[in-house]
Design a protein around this ligand. Structure first.
Ligand SMILES: C[S@@+](CC[C@H](N)C(=O)[O-])C[C@H]1O[C@@H](n2cnc3c(N)ncnc32)[C@H](O)[C@@H]1O
Length: 324
């Protein structure tokens, strides 16, 4: 079989349950379908059918109600861990993001005809889901990125505490990790994303510098020792990426490092499918080969260019250094 149907159905039923409030309605403990429907303002028959499907996928437990009592439902331990409780296993936002993406993928036949997607405005809820999804990445991979970025950057600037710009840093999940390692971290992203970041960071927000930006136009005033660009080169086409790479070079001090994380075509097994995702989501985005990254970095003036495969994720880090 080419496609495992159940995985698609699982995604869609789980995200429907999150979006319509069924999962949150189960937060307080066991409830009957009627009580869940009342709490979530949903139709009782539809609610019962979806609750039984959630039992089938393991997100909800239920007693069978065969003893004459009314059947009740509660979140399973896994359902709670994946859909509700904050922590490294939370998948709630990434599932919603995945379902949002599916809407765009369904328009691929039109994209193939026209060469680019229809302009779509992201709703406030969609934006929140999207940026929080980024923070739900595997913690091991994020820690590996921090270790490797700092190891490379330290070769250029061995002595003093480092300053870092996280360009397109979303809610600051990486900036926070760099800060925890003693780095002075500045987070730049679009203003509406930084509002989300401020809320996401809570008390930790004061530890980071926030700088609203459009990094394709201008970077925050440097110079920085490290500029980290995680998963942003796939959003733009070659012309913009070349220009951003040049601006990054100009915003680094002598010995400073550029560190890019992305899916490199020819090295990441996920890259070809990821390119399709960019096809339905952006005007010119895609995945780029190692030779393309080397060209952008070399033309901007970078030396000591290295590309490494991450151990804990199926993508790469691309490094370059501004000469001293
Ligand atoms: C795919 S997310 C990556 C988030 C994070 N760097 C990571 O790797 O987890 C892309 C982020 O870049 C931001 N972004 C994209 N284009 C931007 C631009 N021109 N200026 C500022 N931020 C931008 C988006 O708002 C989003 O937060």
């Amino acid at each position: 079989m080419l496609v495992e149907r159940k995985e698609i159905e699982k995604l869609l039923v789980l995200t429907a349950a999150i979006e319509s409030g069924l999962i949150d309605a189960l937060d307080g403990g066991a409830k009957t379908a009627e009580e869940v429907a009342l709490a979530a303002s949903t139709d009782e028959r539809a609610t019962r059918i979806v609750l039984d499907a959630l039992v089938d996928v393991g997100a909800v437990d239920s007693d069978d109600g065969d003893d004459g009592g009314r059947q009740s439902y509660r979140l399973s331990a896994e359902g709670r861990r994946r859909l509700l409780d904050p922590g490294p296993d939370l998948e709630r936002n990434s599932l919603l993001h995945q379902a949002n993406k599916a809407r765009g993928w369904l328009e691929l036949p039109q994209v193939l005809k026209q060469g680019k997607p229809k302009q779509r405005e992201r709703s406030a809820g969609g934006l929140r889901t999207f940026v929080r999804t980024m923070a739900e990445g595997a913690p091991q991979a994020m820690d590996e990125v921090v270790d490797r970025v700092l190891a490379y950057s330290r070769e250029g600037i061995p002595e003093k505490p480092l300053t870092l710009l996280d360009a397109g840093g979303a809610v600051g999940h990486m900036a926070r990790r760099f800060k925890a390692r003693g780095v002075e971290a500045t987070l730049c992203d679009r203003p509406e994303v930084l509002e989300e970041a401020w809320e996401y960071q809570g008390e930790g927000a004061a530890q980071l510098n926030f700088h609203p930006c459009d990094f394709t136009e201008q970077l925050p005033p440097g110079p920085f020792d490290v500029i980290y660009l995680g998963n942003v080169y796939h959003i733009y086409g070659p012309g913009t990426n070349a220009e951003v790479t040049r601006m990054v070079f100009d915003s680094l001090g002598p010995g400073g490092s550029i560190a890019i994380r992305d899916f490199v075509l020819g090295r990441s097994t996920r890259a070809p499918m990821f390119a399709v995702n960019m096809l339905q989501a952006t005007a010119e985005g895609g995945v780029w080969r190692e030779s393309q990254y080397r060209e952008w970095l070399t033309e901007a003036g970078f030396e000591d260019i290295r590309i490494i495969d991450l151990e804990h994720a199926d993508n790469q880090l691309i490094f370059g250094r501004r000469p001293v």
